[in-house]
Design a protein around this ligand. Structure first.
Ligand SMILES: Nc1ncnc2c1ncn2[C@@H]1O[C@H](COP(=O)(O)OP(=O)(O)OP(=O)(O)O)[C@@H](O)[C@H]1O
Ligand SMILES: [Mg+2]
Length: 314
């Protein structure tokens, strides 16, 4: 048992009928990180989350939350965790404020404390002016804010948000991420699922899930490197023909080279762009090649994921 992890799953598996929704999943989510669970529709993200929270029983495997085995001490785990589900599941015939009060009281606050906490959350999530509106009459973005507020009522140290920004407009999406980062700075571990790759870039680490299995794990940078086998740099030279780059330290592969009007543009796969770009440029210059410019080619997570999933699907 390790106490450095907020969540640890060991061989976590869920079978529905004869369909394996989650297949031997091993995750180690560190305390204090923002961890992204990514994967296409039906990959098993929500099922994994529900097992982490003890809402459904694993077919096989173990989940520990802050070292506590979920199946054995479910109530303890529920107290430490906040959950914003993928589908709105609050009381539609209660107002915003009533929903929050209800949960605050359920979590054991007395009336005065509950009122204070609810006021705080109404302010933080800009729900003050809608507090008397029935939850059922809220817009999509307001519902998401209320669902997040409810997940945070009891100040959990682990917050799991399942597609919090689905159907949310860009300014609110940005606010949500700012809010997650603030929470995270206050020591809260966050697990998030999203289909927006620009959001996934905000995570400290990610796991890519496909057909119930983990096919990649790491920081956004590590995952991109894994997908492409390194970083890509592009160098523009004044030369009649491409110079020899093979054999230079850090160069893994010449991906592309194009001649145009006395210049050559080359795309090179290297092990680490931040350190190799300068050394390669220097090396070329010392060989008498005039380098016009050199830069790292930005690779999006989306490209990386499509590549990794494409390899698995074959
Ligand atoms: N209670 C259930 N009974 C039968 N099959 C289920 C059940 N819950 C989930 N599944 C199936 O398990 C698979 C994984 O579902 P899950 O909801 O975990 O995917 P997801 O990664 O969250 O997808 P999405 O991105 O669409 O939310 C799907 O094929 C789904 O139909
Ligand atoms: Mg889901």
């Amino acid at each position: 048992m390790s106490l450095e992890y907020a969540v640890e799953t060991v061989n976590l598996t869920k079978v529905f009928g004869n369909f394996k929704a989650v297949d031997n999943l091993n995750l180690k989510i560190r305390k204090g990180e923002i961890f992204g669970l990514l994967g296409p529709n039906g990959a098993g993200k929500t099922t994994t989350i529900r097992m982490i929270l003890g809402l459904i029983k694993p077919t096989k495997g173990v989940v520990r939350v802050f070292g506590i085995q979920v199946e054995k001490e479910r109530r303890k785990v529920l107290k430490m965790t906040g959950y914003m589900p993928q589908r709105f599941s609050l009381y539609e015939d209660l107002t915003v404020e009533e929903n929050l009060m209800l949960y605050a009281l359920l979590y054991g606050y007395n009336r005065r404390e509950a009122r204070e906490r609810v006021k705080e959350l109404l302010e933080e999530l800009f729900l003050e002016e809608f507090k008397d509106r029935l939850a059922g009459n809220l817009s999509g973005g307001m519902k998401q804010r209320l669902a997040l507020a409810v997940a945070l009522v009891h100040k959990p140290k682990l917050v799991i948000v399942d597609e919090p920004t689905a159907g949310v407009d860009p300014p609110l999406r940005r606010y949500f991420w700012k809010y997650f980062k603030d929470l995270n700075k206050r020591g809260v571990t966050i697990i998030v699922t999203t289909h927006y790759m620009d959001e996934a870039e905000n995570c400290d680490r990610l796991a890519l899930i496909f057909r119930g299995r983990k096919i990649a794990e790491g920081t956004p940078l590590e995952i991109k490197r894994l997908a492409f086998g390194g970083d890509i740099i592009e160098i523009l030279l004044e030369a009649p023909s491409p110079p020899k780059l093979e054999g230079i330290e850090g160069v893994k592969k010449i991906l592309e080279s194009e001649r145009y009007n006395g210049t050559v543009s080359i795309k090179v796969l290297v092990d680490d762009a931040s350190s190799r770009l300068i050394s390669i440029v220097k090396r070329l210059e010392s060989n008498g090649v005039k380098v016009v410019r050199g830069s790292q080619v930005y690779v999006g997570l989306e490209d990386a994921f499509i590549k990794l999933i494409g390899e698995q699907a074959q």
